[in-house]
Design a protein around this ligand. Structure first.
Ligand code: ADP
Ligand code: MG
Length: 259
């Protein structure tokens, strides 16, 4: 059975893309068949996996979604990239922002990604979807087809406050489009252990949410190496295998595998 996990937070810079890439490659290293889908028109996931000019790509998620919206046949193989660390990728680029606008008049526009996944799910154990920082049509499409949402939260006061709005959106999608939708868990990222503040934030998130939502035991530490990784086109396991961020993402992978 394939599990579809959306990596979402409407705030930018909370570690969504970094977590999607490293959880995905972590799961692949554990022998799972993994597909990563970039749904951010900025193409950050594609870039951080080594495809540095996504806007030059012709075959991206935008093309597949256009095919589906127009009731045309689509060919996943045209778009799929096989990354050398064992995951498949569907890249995105700026064309995706045009799709959001042109979908306004399409029937069942919230369910386009879902239609696409129905056809490809059987080839994978995990599909991770890297969301863009908004709660617009693309994110709704993602939440409508996901089994669960993993929420990376930067360990700072304001990003934590924004969590409530995301949880509301998730509840709304659950009521209206996807009754099975669950929250996989809240993941604290960029935790700076040199400050007491980070410990306070971590305690606050735990106190506020852990009675109703899983808060992952693993926290992702602030790490210069993790920030550098995205310009190298490889995962943290390859870029800095002995570092604390690689260790943390390895632990997160185990937590996700254990359900
Ligand atoms: P999002 O996808 O939510 O916008 P990113 O994963 O792109 O977030 O991360 C935002 C920025 O923070 C990027 O420049 C990234 O390289 C950096 N970053 C990600 N994780 C860490 C970390 N654990 N420590 C330090 N910097 C990080
Ligand atoms: Mg991102």
């Amino acid at each position: 059975m394939c599990k579809v996990i959306a990596i979402s937070n409407q705030k930018g810079g909370t570690g969504k893309t970094t977590s999607c890439v490293n959880l995905g490659i972590g799961l692949a290293s554990a022998g799972k068949r993994v597909l990563l889908i970039d749904t951010d028109p900025q193409g950050s996931m594609s870039i951080s996996l080594g495809y540095s000019e996504p806007d030059e790509m012709e075959n991206t998620l935008a093309k597949l979604m256009m095919n589906i919206a127009n009731d045309e046949e689509f060919f996943l193989e045209d778009v799929l990239i096989h990354h050398n660390e064992g995951v498949d990728i569907i890249p995105s680029n700026i064309e995706l922002s045009a799709i959001e606008i042109s979908m306004v008049n399409v029937m069942s526009r919230e369910l386009i990604l879902k239609q696409m996944l129905e056809k490809i799910k059987s080839s994978y154990d995990y599909i991770l979807i890297d969301c863009m920082p908004s709660l617009g049509m693309m994110t709704i499409n993602t939440l409508a087809c996901a089994d669960s949402v993993l929420i990376p939260v930067q360990a700072a006061y304001l990003p934590v406050k924004g969590l409530q709005q995301l949880i509301k959106t998730i509840s709304r999608v659950k009521r209206q489009l996807n009754p099975q939708l669950k929250i996989e868990g809240i993941l604290l990222t960029m935790v700076d252990y040199r400050t007491n503040f980070a410990k306070d934030i971590s305690a606050m998130v735990y106190d506020t949410y852990s009675s109703s939502i899983r808060v992952f035991r693993t926290e992702i530490p602030m790490s210069v190496r993790a920030a550098e990784m995205s310009v190298e086109g490889s995962s943290i396991y390859k870029y800095d295998p002995k570092g604390k961020a690689a260790h943390a993402y390895g632990e997160l992978t185990k937590e996700v595998l254990n359900g």
